[in-house]
Design a binder for this molecule. Structure first.
Ligand SMILES: Nc1nc2c(c(=O)[nH]1)N[C@H]1C(S)=C(S)[C@@H](COP(=O)(O)O)O[C@H]1N2
Ligand SMILES: [Mo]
Length: 494
């Protein structure tokens, strides 16, 4: 029998197992942060087509709830790292996907340059009836022989073709369709999938398909005989030493399990270090996307969502309560730090700078979306007014909500934004939502809107705006409250 599996097939196959397992576990961590799937970008709370959570929140509930309450803590057995660590799960996912895509590119290039494609790509219609026949043979507890001169039988060839050339690209494309920067810059691209929530649902179904394939694929390895298959898988030939193949194969699986135990333990035990180490490979990608993509969304009024989730409980501090009590008449927004002309503006003075309005899609890091109209002062206009000094690189938006008072955590909410993001067209200090002054839950009297970024960057209840050279002096130094306390990435374009 000829040797069908060259070294590059052995190596890329192993890489694929390695990266797919990381992607699946970290993907489940992301899902746990909003364990509901929808077909509509309005994410109506009672209309999820799948819900992996017992908690039910009604849109008309008398008591305020937030999307953070909807999060689930999943076990580290299925999720990486598990236990409500969305930020780290995303880090693992986006670190791994870069290597997985690279593996795929190398693999496909080799498949076509070596002629190996003949074993994978159907070239005759007979493959379809032959695959059905092959499955029938298996169902009669018999083994289907490979196609003449090829390593795989018809059913194998067809299923490998589907997984490699359809399912894998499908996961990459639906994944990209969920990035807020992609949605903002290329709204038509995400519409190809019917919107972000359909892309998210399809991405999940892609995971289910990968899992189903893996179960059948592994069962087939067992049915055909583990020693024989491991010999081919790790030594490249069915004629290779089966004892050696089996030993290396089992050792590989054992090391894979140990690796997952170690990274899960490390991610949970040293969350800050995991955030930084993974960030080394994720942040440059996020930064490139944030820098290059500019929002070009134009939704219509008809797209405005009937229900818009809240995240973050409103401030309860004395100062905010007092300001809110008379409709924010005494509210003043200080804009200062590293600027030539620091200013302190009332709401009327802010409005006098001229307002702009936009209908855009909000993307929360947890997974839900909603569309609203926002109106307020364009931030490029504010930059013209205060004139940032050359040293100013980041702008910190300080908020009124103290998480010690509202969510049993600690620290006052803030987020730092790189200066270049504020010079973009859809960057505004919003004063109105859907043609009315901002309601309290949605950030009254002033909130930030940056339409290429994830929701957590859009600070509500803004108390002060401060231009700085380095955000590391603020809070715990990670660039924002959610970076400090929830280990999110400081860049928020994906
Ligand atoms: N001050 C403050 N701003 C905040 C938050 C918060 O907790 N406090 N949550 C952020 C998150 S995670 C999201 S998704 C959006 C939610 O905006 P919404 O409540 O208007 O839907 O606000 C962002 N701004
Ligand atoms: Mo969010």
């Amino acid at each position: 029998m000829p040797s069908f599996f060259p070294l590059w097939v052995i190596i890329t196959h192993f890489h694929n197992i390695f990266f797919l397992l990381l992607l699946a576990r970290s993907g489940l961590e992301v899902l746990a942060a909003h364990p509901k799937l929808y077909w509509s970008d309005d994410c109506p709370p009672n209309r999820a087509w799948a819900r992996f959570s017992k908690k039910v929140y009604a849109p008309d509930s008398r008591e305020l709830w937030t999307s953070h309450d909807e999060e689930e803590a999943w076990s580290s057995v299925i999720a990486l790292p598990g236990r409500r660590n969305l930020g780290l799960g995303r880090h693992w996912h986006f670190m791994t996907v870069q290597f997985w895509v690279l593996t795929g590119v190398v693999y496909v290039a080799l498949v076509f340059t070596t002629g190996y494609w003949r074993y994978l790509v159907p070239t005759s219609w007979s493959l379809f009836p032959d695959s059905v026949k092959a499955v029938g043979t298996y169902l009669q507890f018999q083994i289907t022989p490979p196609l003449p001169g090829e390593p795989f039988n018809a059913a194998q060839k067809l299923s490998y073709f589907v997984v490699i050339f359809l399912l894998a690209p499908f996961q990459i494309l639906t994944g990209a369709a969920m990035s807020p920067s992609v949605i903002a810059r290329f709204p038509g691209y995400t519409r190809l999938f019917g919107g972000r929530q359909k892309a998210r649902s399809l991405h999940f179904l892609g995971l289910v398909a990968f899992a189903a394939f893996t179960v059948v694929h592994t069962a087939m390895v067992l049915i055909h005989g583990l020693p024989r298959e491991f010999a081919a898988m790790v030594l490249g030939s069915y004629d290779a030493d089966r004892r050696l193949g089996l030993a290396i194969g089992l050792l590989g699986l054992f090391l894979l399990a140990v690796f997952h135990l170690v990274i899960t333990w490390f991610s949970l035990r040293y969350r800050r270090r995991a955030q930084h180490l993974l960030g080394l490979m994720v942040n440059p990608l996020e930064r490139r996307i944030s820098r290059t993509f500019t929002s070009r969304q134009h939704h219509s009024r008809a797209d405005i969502s009937p229900y818009f989730r809240v995240n973050g409980y409103p401030p309860v501090g004395e100062e905010y309560q007092r300001l809110a009590a008379d409709g924010f008449r005494d509210y003043r927004l200080p804009i200062g730090g590293l600027v030539e002309h620091p200013v302190t503006l009332s709401l009327d003075e802010l409005r006098q700078l001229g307002t702009q309005s936009q209908i855009t899609k909000h993307n929360c890091i947890q997974g839900w979306t909603a569309v609203a109209q926002w109106a307020g002062v364009s931030l490029p206009r504010v930059l013209d007014l205060v004139k940032p000094l050359p040293d100013a690189k980041h702008v910190i938006f300080h908020a009124y909500d103290d998480k010690a008072q509202t969510e049993g955590s600690s620290g006052v909410y803030y987020e730092s934004i790189p200066l270049y993001l504020l010079a973009k067209p859809h960057a505004i200090l919003a004063l109105d939502m859907n043609d009315a002054p901002l309601p309290i839950e949605y950030g009254a009297p002033v909130r930030l809107r940056l339409e290429t970024q994830l929701g957590f960057k859009m600070v509500k209840w803004v108390r002060a705006v401060e231009f700085v050279a380095d955000y590391r002096r603020a809070g715990m130094g990670q660039g924002g409250w959610r970076e400090d306390h929830q280990f999110y990435a400081n860049e928020a374009g994906i």
